[in-house]
Every structure is written in structure tokens, then in C-alpha cells.
Design a protein around this ligand. Structure first.
Ligand code: RIB
Length: 321
């Protein structure tokens, strides 16, 4: 049985300022804290999958979920920090290239007192993750159960990876973040598309708005009509909604005290992939993914908020962190 999760995507060093409130355009505000934290949507998914996968005793010898990361960092201290963070989460990083002459990706993040954030990403080495790198990943794709992708690396590379995954028999989960328009040809190679409400509206060329559970079926069906086999809409504190070959269902969010929403969506995807790789049915996998994201928002930072397996299990069984 295939039991590897391969995450292909971005690695960023996050420069995180705590603020009482997010600045308006043209406004200067005084920060309350500053930290440098390993991040990047791809590496966040890999680290969270790694920490959640490693506590589970395999049902059969050899069934443990293994997590690998592919992408690019620069030859600098930020790149070293990101590789150390992956190693600490038990993620194999042999497919992360070190690129000369370019800095590791960076993100400028402001987090306000309610845990909401704004993020500016400077791609750096992530922009060097090229379609020509995909051939060297074919062997890994042949072994893997799930390929996890996001949109902080070149779109041509995402497309080449989706095509290669299809040819090598790996299932694909695409987080269409940061939001950008996507062609039907690309979307039709996706097994599970996991947009939040902003990304869903942009893909459908609709005006951005808050989406509640009542709007979710129409939105998810419209997205499926663009090509993906299944859609999981991430609805924040309204939980999530699935539409796919297994029917339609929602799963409520867990009520927790949020301190920082950074990487909540990345952690959700990691939880979903871990649960599906372990053979959970859709309902259980959605619940596990919601619990993963809930644990992450109670902690500060991106990879610093990756939950351990025990944290998720405790929330699932007691409803408490
Ligand atoms: O999803 C959160 C991530 O977005 C941050 O870690 C930042 O690096 C940006 O990629």
C-alpha cells in the first residue's frame, strides 16, 4: 500500500510582527513583538503532516505514513533554518534543492490581537522550482499516496506535477492559495481542491463574500464543474464542506480560543492528507482535519503551531485542547 505524502511547494522564512490592530494603507502602527519563524505554505503542510503522522502506531508493519518535501531554498541561514524545521518534524527533505545566487523565500506577516493576519510573500528561491525538476520526482510520485500542492511556486511546475502524479498513480490535493485564477485543464487533474471562501469566489469569478454553510453546496458544486474530482471548502469557524464522489457532507469546526490563524489552512490540508492516507473515510478525515486546524490556531506562528498527533487525538476525544 502507498503510504507516503509528498508535499511539493514553498519554503519561506516568516518575519512576524505582533500588532494591536492591522495597519491601514499609509498608516504606521507600533508592534508588540517580532519573531522569525519557519513558514511557507508547502513546508507548513509538510511539517504539520510530519508531526501528526509520527505518533500513530502503524496498523501493520510498514503502514506508517512517511512525509517528504520537494522545493527550493537559497544557500543561506534562512534555508538552513527551514531544513532544520523539516528534520525536526520528521520530514525527509532530500528533494529540497539548494539554489545559488538567490535568497530563500520570505514572508512579512502582521498578526493582530484577535489572531487575524496580513501576509506579503517574496518568492526568492521558490520561483526556481521549475517544471524541469519534476522528472527527478517521478520515482517518489510512484511511491506516494498523496501529492500536496499550493500556489506559491511557479504555476507551470504545479501543472507539471499534477500531470506527472496522474501518470504515476498518486492522488493530488491542491490548496489554491494564494488565490489566483486557474485553467480548467489544470483543475481537472486535481483529486481534492481545498479553497477557502476567498479562493472559491475568485476561481468562480464571483465577488468575494463571507460564505456560510447554507451557500456551501452551490459553491462546491460550481467548483466541481470546473474539473476537480472533489472539493473541500474551508469555512473557518463554520467548519468545512465536502462535495465529491462520496456525496456531500459538512463537518463543524471545534470551538477553541484562537491566538494566530497563520498556517491554519496549511495544517487543515496536512490533517486531511494524513487521515486519508491512514484509510479514514471522508467523514472521519474531515473531522481530523478540522481538529488539526483548531489546534494550530491556539498557537503562534506557522511551523511552530504544527500539532503533535496526541494534541489532535485529545481534541477529537474530549473536545478540549
Ligand atoms: O499559510 C501561511 C504561510 O503563508 C506563511 O507561513 C507564509 O510563509 C506564507 O507562505
Amino acid at each position: 500500500m502507498r503510504s507516503t505524502i509528498l508535499v511539493a511547494g514553498s519554503l519561506n522564512l516568516d518575519f512576524v510582527a505582533g500588532v494591536c490592530r492591522l495597519p491601514e494603507p499609509g498608516q504606521t502602527v507600533t508592534g508588540t513583538s517580532f519573531e522569525m519563524i519557519p513558514g511557507g505554505k508547502g513546508a507548513n503542510q509538510a511539517c504539520a503532516a510530519g508531526t501528526m503522522a509520527r505518533r500513530k502506531a502503524p496498523a501493520e508493519p510498514g503502514d506508517a505514513v512517511r512525509v517528504e518535501m520537494a522545493g527550493c531554498v537559497g544557500r543561506d541561514e534562512a534555508g538552513e533554518m527551514l531544513l532544520r524545521s523539516l528534520a525536526g518534524a520528521g520530514v525527509a527533505a532530500e528533494a529540497v534543492g539548494r539554489v545559488d545566487g538567490v535568497a530563500t523565500g520570505a514572508a512579512m506577516i502582521n498578526v493582530d490581537a484577535s489572531g487575524q493576519n496580513t501576509i506579503v510573500v517574496i518568492p526568492g528561491a521558490n520561483a526556481r522550482f521549475a517544471p524541469s525538476d519534476v522528472d527527478s520526482l517521478r520515482g517518489r510520485l510512484r511511491e506516494c499516496a498523496w501529492l500536496l500542492l499550493q500556489l506559491e511556486t511557479p504555476l507551470g511546475t504545479v501543472e507539471a506535477l499534477l500531470r506527472a502524479a496522474r501518470q504515476e498513480g498518486a492522488r493530488t490535493m491542491l490548496d489554491p492559495a494564494p488565490a489566483q485564477p486557474l485553467a480548467r485543464g489544470l483543475l481537472s487533474m486535481v483529486d481534492i481542491l481545498t479553497p477557502n471562501e476567498t479562493e472559491a469566489c475568485l476561481l468562480l469569478e464571483r465577488a468575494p463574500r463571507r460564505v456560510g454553510l447554507e451557500d456551501a453546496p452551490d459553491l462546491a458544486r460550481s467548483l466541481r464543474a470546473l474539473g476537480p474530482r472533489a472539493v473541500v471548502l474551508k469555512l473557518g469557524d463554520a467548519g468545512c464542506f465536502y462535495s465529491g464522489p462520496e456525496g456531500e457532507q459538512s463537518a463543524p469546526a471545534f470551538a477553541v480560543r484562537a491566538v494566530d490563524a497563520t498556517a491554519a489552512g496549511d495544517t487543515f490540508n496536512a490533517g486531511l492528507a494524513v487521515a486519508l492516507s491512514e484509510g479514514l473515510p471522508v467523514a472521519g478525515a474531515l473531522r481530523f482535519a478540522n481538529a488539526s486546524a483548531a489546534v494550530s490556531v491556539t498557537r503562534k506562528g506557522a511551523q511552530t503551531s504544527a500539532p503533535e498527533r496526541d494534541d489532535v487525538e485529545r481534541l477529537l476525544s474530549t473536545g478540549r485542547i
